[in-house]
Each structure stands twice: as C-alpha cells, then as structure tokens.
Design a binder for this molecule. Structure first.
Ligand code: ATP
Length: 263
C-alpha cells in the first residue's frame, strides 16, 4: 500500500473522508465510471479506475506526470479505446459512442496542448467551433458573446492564434470548448506552462464557468490550485485511483501535502 493509500485508510477509519462524501449526495450523477481499464496497444495505463461526477460539481483529478490523467479524459472522450469496465455519461455508453456523439451530448474536452489552429485568427478559431450550427446568425452572436466574456480574445480577434501568449491560447481553447455547449467540461492541465498571473486568470475563468452552471472535471498537476476550487478530488498514481475525498480534506491531508504540495 502506498503512503497515500495508507493515509486514505487512516482517514476512513477516522470517519473523515468516507468515499469522498460530497456536499450534496442527492445531486444527479452525470458521469459514472467503474473499473475502467485502458491503454495504448499492448500497454495498459489505467487499472480499474472508478469515479463519479455529479451535476454542479468541480471534480479534480490530480497526480504526477505520467500517472494517466490525460488517458482518463481521452478514454472518456472516445479518443482512446476502453478495454474493460463501464463509463456512462447520462444515458450514453462511452465505451462504444463515437467522439462526435460524445461531444454532441455535452461531454466536451479541452485538451492539454490546447490544439488551437495557429494559422487561423482568434475569430476564425471561435467560428470553427460553431461550424455545425444551422442558425449561423445565432452562432455569430454566440461567438461575439464569447469575446465579450473573454475581452482579451475580443481585442485579439484579428490576430493569428499562433501570436497569442500561452495564457491567451488557453483561454481561446476554453472558449472553443464552451462554444460546444458542454454539460460536463473536461479540462486537461489548463495551467500547464503558464506564468503565475495567467494561472490566476485561467482559474478565475474556470470558477466563473462553474458559477454559470457548467460541471467540470479538472485534470491538473498544480494540485494546490485544483484542490482549492474542487468540491471533490481523486488522486491517481500509476494508473490507479489511490485516494478520494473532499477538495478541502485532501488539501489538508498530510500524505497529499507531502506528495503533491511540497510538504
Ligand atoms: P502528463 O501530465 O504528463 O500528461 P498524465 O497523468 O496526463 O501526465 P498521460 O498523458 O495519461 O499521463 O500518460 C500516461 C502514460 O501513457 C505515460 O506513461 C505516457 O508515456 C503514456 N502515453 C500517453 N500517450 C500515449 C500514446 N499515444 N501512446 C503510447 N503511450 C502513451
């Protein structure tokens, strides 16, 4: 048993972090993952991962580099095949659904590395995120509203995305994700590589998106920032969930502090 798992056992004994008790156990489960295993070809990366996300929550998934956090998100988005276990979003079976269906049903991933189109302008990147809408006038209004919500994107609308700073690109990636009208937004390392001030801005944007009613599953190496805003969190170690609990509980858990928060 790892030190983190031992801490979990101790916490449960003390009645503190029983199965990650949430603020509202009655809230509707949006995403239910049970014993999910997946990987790349012959190489298994995830081992029997189980997690839930309930409507209205911010759930954080933290863990070291290479623990498999992105692989979880990619498995849920239909980008990495699920080898065994179950994953259900609402009524949609994620083990067999196509990526386009998954997005259309409201499970939207903002990938690590941002994946924006560097040669296109900010405006074009946003417009492309609405390409499937029949009502083009309404789509244009939504794009304008998004640039109002993130004024820096409005100011940069005619610039090529490749000219943006790392933080601005992250905001553009998030804005693109929001234009897909997520019910559950999967954010993969939104603060990766950003200067501290931009980290603040990106986290402020995440909190605002949450306040506006979007449920969020947040993957982060920046465990401190993630736990600060999370209702609940899961700690992933080498492809297995080792610990789960309330965000504040884990923030004050000695083993988590030692392993992920610098003591
Ligand atoms: P990071 O913060 O570094 O992205 P992570 O926790 O998100 O870490 P993953 O990206 O899910 O980790 O990677 C988990 C493991 O899977 C790593 O050992 C990685 O090398 C491996 N891996 C990731 N993508 C692929 C791929 N396309 N093909 C083969 N192995 C991969």
């Amino acid at each position: 048993m790892s030190s983190v798992a031992a801490a979990q056992a101790a916490a449960e004994k003390a009645g503190a972090a029983q199965s990650g008790a949430t603020k509202d156990e009655r809230a509707k489960t949006m995403l239910e993952v049970r014993d999910l295993s997946s990987g790349y070809g012959e190489v298994q990366i995830l081992w029997d991962v189980s997690l839930d996300v309930r409507q209205g929550e911010v759930v954080a998934l933290i863990g070291a580099n290479g623990a498999g956090k992105s692989t979880i998100l990619n498995s849920l988005s239909g980008l990495v095949p699920i080898a065994s276990g179950t994953a259900v979003f609402g009524t949609l079976d994620l083990t067999s659904a196509k990526p386009s269906t998954i997005v259309a049903r409201g499970l939207v991933q903002v990938p690590e590395g941002r994946e924006i189109l560097g040669r296109q302008t900010v405006l074009e990147n946003l417009e492309l995120a609405t390409w499937s809408r029949r009502d083009r006038a309404a789509a244009r209004r939504e794009v304008e509203a998004m640039m109002g919500r993130f004024p820096i994107l409005g100011e940069r609308r005619a610039l090529r995305a490749s000219a943006l700073s790392g933080g601005e690109r992250q905001l553009l990636a998030i804005a693109r994700g929001l234009l897909a009208r997520p019910k559950l937004l999967l954010l993969d390392e939104p603060s990766l590589g950003l200067a501290p001030q931009m980290v603040d801005e990106v986290f402020a944007a995440i909190e605002e998106i949450h306040r506006d009613g979007t449920t969020i599953l947040l993957v982060e190496q920046n465990a401190l920032r993630a736990l600060e805003i999370a209702d609940r969190a899961y700690v992933l170690e080498t492809g297995q969930i080792q610990l789960t609990g309330g965000g504040q509980d884990l923030l004050h858990n000695p083993a988590v502090r030692q392993a992920y928060l610098g003591g």
